[in-house]
Each structure stands twice: as C-alpha cells, then as structure tokens.
Ligand binder design. Structure first.
Ligand SMILES: [Zn+2]
Length: 488
C-alpha cells in the first residue's frame, strides 16, 4: 500500500492543500501564552493541536524546527493598542514584580504542557529578550512609508496594504467592534495597529525601553513577526494558533511581515487554526472562580491525558463543548484502552509510518496502519485514528505483533502514553471503608470545613484544607451534589 499525501486545511485560501515542506527542517511557529495568569483548559487546545501537527510531520518523516513564544511584555489589556499591559496589571493585582509574574506563570504553562504529553518545542523565545530587534523592525517599516506616528505611538497604516485582512474569515471591521478595541486619538483607520506604544504622559511604565518614538513598549503583534523571522528565517512553512488569532493577530502579523520583507512572496505558506473549546456554564471545581484549569481537573480525579483524549476525540476544526459527561467518558475510554493494552506491553516504538510498516506482520494490521495513515493525512483526523485503534483492539484476525504495531502507531500520533501509563494512575485508591473510624471522621470533618470555606468564598482557607487532605492521601471530587472523596 502506498503512503497517503499529508493534506492540511490552510486558512489562507480556506482550502485543504497538499503539504510539502519547503525547507529542511520545516519551520513551524505557534503563538504562545501571555504569562500573566494560569492557563485555563481552553487555552491548552492550541498546544495539543500544534503537537498533533508535530506528530503528523514526524510520522511523515518531515523534520521540523518548532518555536513557541512566551509573551512577557507588550500584550495590552485592551488587546491591540494602547493602555495597560496585561503583565503590569497582573503584577499590580498580585503585588509581585513583573519578573515574578512572568516566571511563575511560565512555569505553570510548562507544567500543563508536560502533563499533557506535548512534545517540547525547539525554542521558547521570550518577547522581552527581542525588544531591540522589534525596534529595528518597526524602524524599517517606517523607512518604507507604511507607518505614521501619533502621540500614543507608531502605527501601521493598514490602508497601505491592498491585501490587508485576506486571512480573516470575518469582516475585520466587525471583528474590531467585537474585540472592544478602544478609540485612539489620531488613528487613521480602525484597523491600524500599534507597532510601538509610547508611554502616556505622567504614566511611567514598569517595562519600558527607549525608542525613536519615545520611551515605551512594543505592540503585541510585532513580537511574533520578529521572533519567528529571527529563529526560522524570512519565510517558513507553518504558523499555528487558535481561530481568534486568525481574525486579527495573524492578520496584523502578515501585514507587517510582508511589508517588511517586501519580496512579493507570501510570508508563511500554511496558516493552521484550531477551533474554540467552549467551557460554557459547566461548573468544575474552580480554585478562584475563574475558568477551570488542568489542575482543577486533576483535583477532581481526572487524569490530564483523559483531557487530551477528550480533545482528540473531536476534529481540531470543530468547536468542542467541555462538559462533565464528556470528560467522564474520556476518562472511561482511556481506562478501557489501558486495561486492554497493558497485557500487550512492552510496545515497540513506531513514530513513523515506515517504522510501523516494518513491524507489521499480518493483513489486518496492514489495513489498520493504512487507515491510520489515511486519517492523519486527511487534515489530522484524530477521531478516526481513535476509532481505528478501538476496532483493532476488538479484531480477532489481528496477530499480537500486528496489534502491538497498530497501538504503537496510533499512540505516536495521539500521544496518550499508551505504552507506559499505569491504569492504576487513573483509579488509585484504597477503599475508604478500610480506614479506622476515627481517621474517617477526621477526613469527613476536613471535607465539610472545606465546603464551608468555599461557600464563604474563603479560598485561602479552602486551599489550606485541601492541602491537609492531600497530605492524608485524600482526593476530593466536587460534583453538583456536593463533594465526594476517595483515597489515592
Ligand atoms: Zn502570535
């Protein structure tokens, strides 16, 4: 059987296209987190998606150099232009330095990346380390006559770009209205965006750099253009992000980069975007009333890879609703997969189609591998790969060696740690009935106190009680009927 051609949905042009790399390694850039708060579950979907792209490229034996930026400066609260920086606002709120905030939330991001078994990027550049390059880039644009300066900073003149907004699927004006973009005195068009944000008179920024346009900080869009070109070259193959970026952030990245390069070529060939994860009205355990985080899921007794499986159970271009029923189902599916796969261990390594084919020993496995290759090649159809895996595990015609190759191949693309994850990690637990009565009563009291603290919105006290319960090996799950607990 022959290999299937990898085909990906390119937002630029809105069609599925053959993906053939133009360089070796192929360059790939993913817009990274602004490290001013804990990432919530929805924030993690773009990184699981980018990881799926990475695994698909590896499967096809395409070398890749992957860059994910860390935004530690320049992201304004109002999203595009002037006003307070998200980092500085967080520092003021938490009474910590901007550096502390950046380090703390960068570490939180890496924790989640690791827990979700996301392959590490080759580089994680920090925006704050590239400000001189950003100033040079903006100065070059000024030289080319596509900018103008007003008191609030240096702006990109979007009217100078006849193709401005080609990537966006929505009407840009409408998008701007929705994005609560503030009025800026002197700005010529609503779509014009800041390359450099000058300090407002009398308001000294914490993070500030000297520039030809006054002391201030770079605009948010600028960093991605500058760091990706610095690390991947003037043109590269793939740029990824969530659909929200497709409407404005990526539109602006393209406008300024193509004005800077000025060579008539598209800056990046493939623009790939994942749809939203809707967190909706679902009430998960929430540490401080915000959107649920991966840590909240874990606290409620779910494995991080159950969340990964939940995401991969839908196509990346489908909107997905996070519900308790859905994460329960994912955890149950993962448990069944591990129970079925554990007796097959050790599993071979089969990160590429070629490796998997070398291991395959029977027609049933050959057919399964071909279906897996067809599925990943057809714009990363992960739900189909899960279905092929489950069918193979039920197929009486497949040999043990063929099944091992099929499981290893599916997992190379899905990243669910099927070769190593211990099923007991999902259901750790001694029976609480085995506890001495007094220990059990003490735990019940702590659980009740924690519930009271949460009802009182005394989050510090609730967290402290959770730590105490944790020390006793107790795992709490908050349900609509109240908390339940079990022993790890
Ligand atoms: Zn970006």
């Amino acid at each position: 059987m022959s290999d299937h051609q990898l085909r990906l949905y390119n937002s630029l042009g809105s069609r599925i296209e053959d993906f053939v790399p133009e360089s070796n390694p192929s360059g790939m850039y993913s817009c990274g987190p602004t490290v001013y708060a804990f990432p919530h579950l929805g924030n993690m979907r773009p990184y699981v998606f980018a990881d799926t792209v990475r695994r698909a490229l590896r499967w096809k034996r395409i070398n890749v150099h992957h860059v994910i930026n860390i935004t530690d400066v320049g992201h304004a609260v109002a999203d595009t232009n002037t006003g307070e920086d998200k980092m500085e606002a967080a520092a003021a709120r938490e009474r910590r330095s901007v550096q502390d905030i950046a380090e703390f939330y960068t570490a939180a991001f890496f924790n989640d990346i690791n827990a979700l078994n996301i392959l590490p990027a080759d580089e994680y550049p920090r925006a704050s380390a590239y400000v001189p390059e950003m100033i040079e880039f903006a100065a070059e644009l000024q030289e080319r006559g596509v900018t103008y300066q007003i008191p609030s900073g240096l702006y990109f003149d979007t009217a100078k770009d006849p193709n401005y907004g080609a990537l966006a699927h929505m009407d840009t004006e409408g998008q701007l209205e929705a994005a609560r973009v503030e009025q800026v005195a002197g700005r010529r068009h609503k779509t014009d965006f800041a390359l450099w944000r000058a300090e407002e008179p009398g308001r000294r920024r914490v993070m500030r750099w000297d520039s030809p346009w006054g002391c201030g900080a770079p605009g948010w869009h600028l960093e991605c253009s500058v760091m990706s070109i610095a690390l991947l070259g003037r043109h590269f193959d793939i740029h990824t992000g969530g659909v929200d970026h497709r409407e404005l952030h990526h539109v602006n990245e393209i406008a300024q980069s193509q004005a800077y390069l000025c060579d008539g070529l598209p800056w990046v060939r493939f623009w790939l975007h994942n749809e939203f994860l809707q967190l909706g009205a679902e009430k998960m355990a929430k540490s401080a009333g915000g959107a649920p985080r991966l840590a909240d899921l874990v606290e409620a007794g779910y494995h991080p890879l159950a969340f990964r499986l939940f995401l991969l159970g839908a196509h990346y271009r489908s909107q997905l609703d996070f519900t308790t029923a859905a994460i329960d189902a994912a955890q149950a599916t993962l448990r069944r997969l591990l129970a079925r796969i554990q007796p097959l261990r050790p599993l071979p390594a089969a990160d590429t189609l070629a490796d998997a084919r070398r291991l395959q020993t029977d027609p049933a496995a050959a057919s399964a591998l071909d279906q897996i290759d067809a599925a990943i090649s057809a714009d990363l159809n992960t739900p189909k790969i899960l279905a092929v895996l489950q069918d193979a595990l039920r197929d009486p015609a497949i040999t043990p060696a063929g099944l091992r190759a099929t499981v290893a191949a599916a997992d190379a693309l899905l990243g669910l740690s099927l070769a190593t994850l211990d099923p007991d990690d999902l259901d750790k637990g001694r029976a609480k009935e085995d506890l001495p009565a007094e220990d059990r009563q003490a735990i019940e009291r702590l659980v009740a106190d924690r519930t009271q603290a949460r009802n009182d919105k005394d989050w510090a006290r609730a967290d402290q009680l959770r730590t105490e319960l944790d020390d006793r090996g107790v795992q709490i799950t908050d349900t609509p009927q109240g908390p339940t607990w079990h022993l790890r």
